[in-house]
Design a protein around this ligand. Structure first.
Ligand SMILES: C[S@@+](CC[C@H](N)C(=O)[O-])C[C@H]1O[C@@H](n2cnc3c(N)ncnc32)[C@H](O)[C@@H]1O
Length: 308
């Protein structure tokens, strides 16, 4: 359902490049469930039950698969590129999943969804705010939405070093060359994450007076994964022609413009933002409560919703 003349050429380019990533790294990993629920918290797996769900930018279908298994009434998983072929291979057989090739900016839906989410996608759009507004406009009158985006805060090295490099060079490289380059860059990232960031994170959790290393929280988090996943993460960062780094204020403004109530926003791993809002007051209050509980009761979060 992608009409090339309606879609931005940059978004089509992004879709084509990501399709390469999904074709090279199609495998599914059991750790995706924990990662997904971390990204969308305070939403949990039970929240999907009996809901009509929209996913914007489904990639290889790893999240649609979890939503489907969480007993959603149906999930419509949308991607602009040939990622949909991989997603269909993974989840197309599930009776409650529909995989559709469509552009977030021109969605072929009425406002019917109980819940819409988009993880790691809006910051890759030519016009991220318009993409968000387009998704939000497909919610029914008591629907809810959750998005996860790269943060502007604490990401200077990606903004000033990686961004120009990927724009000018890596997003234009032939896939085989980019695979070799990504493997070379992924190796030190993998070793640093496993041998330095993870052990140091454990130490700083036990001894709060110790200084934090830059990007320690994120690198310690991805140290759970094996080399192939980290290789994929690096490849993803370099293959995309566009990546915006969204500030908290900017994200808040998107919600304001959509007419949704003020969102709950959470800083994730000190490098990205998760935001949730709902047109249903009770649902929004429940989510606020859940965040507060984790912030005060858990040892991983602070009262501001920072879930480090
Ligand atoms: C970083 S990937 C994230 C995929 C998935 N959410 C995940 O976390 O596994 C971004 C995905 O968004 C898709 N995408 C980019 N622009 C899009 C658009 N305008 N409409 C729909 N999908 C889009 C890309 O093709 C790609 O598969």
């Amino acid at each position: 359902m992608v009409l090339e003349k309606l879609s931005s050429s940059t978004d089509l380019h992004t879709g084509r490049n990501f399709a390469i990533a999904w074709k090279v790294f199609p495998r599914l990993d059991e750790r995706y469930k924990k990662q997904f629920l971390d990204w969308i918290f305070p939403v949990d797996a039970e929240f999907f039950q009996n809901k009509l769900v929209f996913e914007g930018g489904c990639g290889k279908g790893r999240h649609a698969r979890i939503v489907s298994a969480s007993k959603a009434r149906a999930v419509f998983a949308v991607d602009i590129g040939e990622a949909v072929d991989i997603a269909y291979r993974h989840v197309g057989h599930e009776p409650n999943v529909h995989v559709i090739q469509a552009d977030i900016a021109n969605l072929p839906f009425e406002p019917i969804f109980d819940f819409a989410f988009s993880v790691g996608v809006l910051h890759h759009l030519d016009k991220p705010k318009e993409g968000f507004l387009s998704i939000a406009s497909k919610l029914k009158s008591d629907g809810s939405i959750a998005v996860w985006v790269y943060g502007q805060e604490n990401n200077w090295w990606l903004i000033y070093l990686v961004n120009p490099f990927r724009k000018a060079i890596t997003s234009k490289l032939p896939p085989k060359v980019l695979l070799v380059l990504s493997a070379a860059l992924a190796s030190p990232v993998y070793l640093w994450a496993k041998l330095v960031a993870r052990p140091w994170q454990r130490l700083t959790e036990r001894h709060r007076f110790l200084p934090h290393l830059y990007y320690q929280e994120y690198l310690s988090y991805i140290a759970d994964f094996d080399f192939v996943e980290i290789y994929h993460i690096v490849f993803d960062h370099l293959v995309t022609p566009v990546a915006f780094y969204v500030s908290r204020d900017c994200l808040q403004e998107w919600f304001e413009q959509s007419g949704l109530p003020e969102p709950v926003i959470r800083w994730h791993n000190k490098n990205s933002w998760t935001a949730f809002s709902s047109l249903n007051r009770q649902t929004l209050d429940n989510m606020k409560e859940r965040l507060k509980k984790r912030a005060t009761g858990g040892n991983l979060a602070s009262a501001s919703g920072d879930d480090r």
